[in-house]
Design a protein around this ligand. Sequence first.
Ligand code: DX5
Ligand code: ZN
Length: 218
Amino acid sequence: TGKTIIAPSILASDFSRLGEEARAVEAAGADWLHVDVMDGHFVPNITIGPDVVKALRPHVKIPFDVHLMIAPADPYLEAFRAAGADLISVHPEAGPHLSRTLQRIRELGAKAGVVFNPSTSPEVIAHIMDQVDLVLVMSVNPGFGGQSFMSSQLKKIERLRRMIDETGRDILLEVDGGVTALTAPQCIAAGATALVAGTAVFKGGPEKYAENIAALRG
Ligand code: DX5
Ligand code: ZN
């Protein structure tokens, strides 16, 4: 229950004006700012690092939802937290000890998230649900914005919804990739409480952001 959290991905913004873009989506009603960190190794693209996150931080008040697509992730957790990350999500495939990584994220004072690639099974967190604050389901293969939503992931969202409900805890369930005004309702119906959107938020330029964000809430 409650309104869906909308987290625009700055990957789809104008990188030459990151501060302004962040302020514009905050003013347009964004709940979080989703920051896609890619290393050209774990995924076939390179984006931004902790220094850019730090430079962006003073521009807005909304939480920074930092999605790490880097391997290894552990050596960089502290830097991203110091740069202002409020939620830090890692892929299980990025390191050998997911539980230890989640523990470290919490020790640093951030919320700990686990990201599921389209082929990753929900089982990977079945025995460590107590260490998870956020579950992020990829509905595209990570690396690029602007890809098509994979409907095959809806069942996984439903499954994770049930796993979360069984814990009795308020674990966030977020979906990332190809989220549009058409696919958002499917994600929400499957149990998502937070939606990442790049293309669907930033299309049309700043005067459209509020309308684009409102369309995702349904
Ligand atoms: C993909 C990123 C996504 C991406 C979403 O690797 O994790 O956050 O920016 O972009 P759209 O909404 O355009 O699919
Ligand atoms: Zn992302």
